[in-house]
Design a protein around this ligand. Sequence first.
Ligand SMILES: Nc1nc2c(ncn2[C@@H]2O[C@H](COP(=O)(O)OP(=O)(O)OP(=O)(O)O)[C@@H](O)[C@H]2O)c(=O)[nH]1
Length: 201
Amino acid sequence: MTLALPVTFALNPLSMSAMRVDTKVVMLGKESVGKTSLVERYVHHRFLVGPYQNTIGAAFVAKPIQVGEKVVTLGIWDTAGSERYEAMSRIYYRGARAAIVCYDLTDSSSFQRARFWVKELQNCEEHCKIYLCGTKNDLVQADRSLRQIDFHDAQDFAEDELFQKVAEDYNDSAFQCMADEAAVDLGQKKDSYFYTCCHNN
Ligand SMILES: Nc1nc2c(ncn2[C@@H]2O[C@H](COP(=O)(O)OP(=O)(O)OP(=O)(O)O)[C@@H](O)[C@H]2O)c(=O)[nH]1
């Protein structure tokens, strides 16, 4: 089966409403962690060498992906990592069903920034699944002393958040039971998960 070619844009999210995508995915993380490179690598099978060019605002790419018998088209928003664009990034993650929060394995401050985005998403986008992604693994493989975020710290963070989520969901559902008895509609239940992965260009 053939897939349509991906389409890339750098424009306003509101103007994308005409394009049919099955689900919205947002890339978040500190500047220079490698969000654009990750998307480029996956969508266009290339790794751009040369001077680093920071993303301004955000870039959009629609990527059809074969999943069993179906084709699922992801609408991927690659946001700018610079704190200067933080307010804009909030616009781009709105309504996202998945967020890939990236941190650079060789930059501890990028992990702090990843924590910031995770908290933000948990507070503001309750139906968004969160995927934590450590980048630049090739640098760590070449020189282990470059690693600034221990694998277990990242794993602990994901697991702590996971169990925190379980407790919160339990609390919500217990509260919902009580509220149901009192015939109060509390809306939809929270749905948030963590995944960890390592990216190696
Ligand atoms: N060695 C190595 N370098 C990488 C990797 N990913 C990205 N880079 C480099 O890191 C720099 C930043 O990469 P980008 O993909 O532009 O980072 P970004 O997160 O999109 O940055 P912003 O647009 O500022 O948010 C570039 O010079 C890339 O070549 C990787 O996996 N390994």
